[in-house]
Design a protein around this ligand. Structure first.
Ligand SMILES: [Zn+2]
Length: 343
């Protein structure tokens, strides 16, 4: 009788010691098997009950059951403790994660081609004393057409492939509305460069996007003539392509908001006698230009007898494609890292 009690006491002490030294789930599982397993210490004590008298069974049966329950509870608590300390260790490890640690395969970001090219263009115009301005991409019929000498029945409207939002609202088809807004909002003389997004309902291919960018330069002052336009256009193109000897030539062109209208070509920056960029001609079409139409000046309240001005515009992607040898305009809106990485 005393032997059983002594055995229970001894096993309780041993279990306590075993639990205090077990620090992992594996070690804890070994303790569980030793005490609560089919052939564990508690099961063996249970088996020994059958050799005892009925009175002894009544006394030690409940004691062994209580020991078993206490053992199960201690094991469960210890298991929870081990789980919590593992979590703490993980948290500590995460907290000490060094975000500045050197990782040999990391990639660094670069400026997007749009950001890069607009910075270049803006810097050139700012160095010539121009302000950089922008206007809304959602425009009214008035700013996009009417004020630019393109009334409702004008055939030029057909070439604009306009995305209409309502009878009066549209996604601007060119940056020229910014000319009108600048005239309205500024004192004379006016010298502005307006880069921005424009929209045309066109099918996509390597040289057409429905959403692309234009840049527009406007200068209005007294006694502005074609000479000012040509000198400015040439200085701009020389700076953009980094070629001091770049020449320009002029052909007649038609844009309703200028008179006369011109197309300005630049001598090919890459060759002296013909290459694939200039299609073997030595010249590249780059700018639409002209002197601001008197109707546009009058519409904005400027007296064309006193003031005159010039404007020229261009496709920003086209300039970038020529400068960097990009053969597909769709790449500008792609997320291709190998393309974007180059700039
Ligand atoms: Zn060439």
């Amino acid at each position: 009788m005393l032997d059983i009690q002594a055995e229970i006491n001894q096993q309780e002490r041993a279990l306590k010691k075993a639990l205090s030294t077990a620090q992992t789930e594996d070690a804890l599982e070994k303790v569980r098997i030793n005490y609560l397993g089919r052939n564990g210490h508690i099961a063996n004590l249970m088996k020994s009950l059958k050799n005892l008298s009925v009175d002894q069974k009544r006394e030690f049966g409940p004691k062994l059951n209580a020991f078993k329950q206490a053992a199960e509870q201690s094991l469960a608590e210890k298991k929870h403790g081990i789980f919590k300390s593992q979590l703490r260790a993980q948290h500590e490890e995460n907290r000490n994660f060094d975000v500045t640690a050197y990782e040999p395969n990391q990639k660094f970001g670069s400026l997007h081609i749009y950001t890069h090219i607009i910075e270049q263009l803006s810097n050139i115009f700012m160095s010539m004393g121009y302000d950089i301005v922008d206007g809304p991409e959602l425009e009214t019929d008035y700013y996009n057409f009417e004020a630019l000498n393109i009334p409702a029945d004008h055939p030029a409207r057909d070439h604009h492939d306009t995305f209409w939002v309502s009878d009066n609202l549209l996604l601007r088809t060119h940056t020229s509305p910014v000319q009108i807004r600048s005239i309205e909002n500024s004192d004379l003389p006016i010298a502005v460069f307006a880069p921005g997004r424009v929209y045309r309902n066109e099918a996509l291919d390597a040289s057409h996007e429905f959403n692309f960018m234009q840049g527009e330069c406007l200068y209005i002052d007294k006694k502005i003539s074609l000479s000012n336009l040509l000198a400015t256009a040439q200085a701009f193109l020389q700076a953009f392509f980094g070629k001091d000897d770049l020449k320009i030539r002029v052909r007649p062109g038609f844009f309703p908001f200028v008179e006369p209208g011109l197309e300005i070509d630049a001598s090919c920056p890459f060759c002296s006698n013909g290459c694939s960029t200039c299609k073997k001609t030595g010249w590249i079409e780059l700018l639409g230009a002209g002197l601001v139409h008197p109707n546009v000046l009058k519409c904005s309240g400027i007296d064309p007898e006193i003031y005159s001005g010039f404007a020229f515009g261009f496709g920003i992607e086209r300039l970038a494609m020529i400068k960097y040898g990009i053969d597909d305009i769709r790449l500008f809106h792609s997320s291709k890292i190998e393309f974007l990485d180059q700039f």
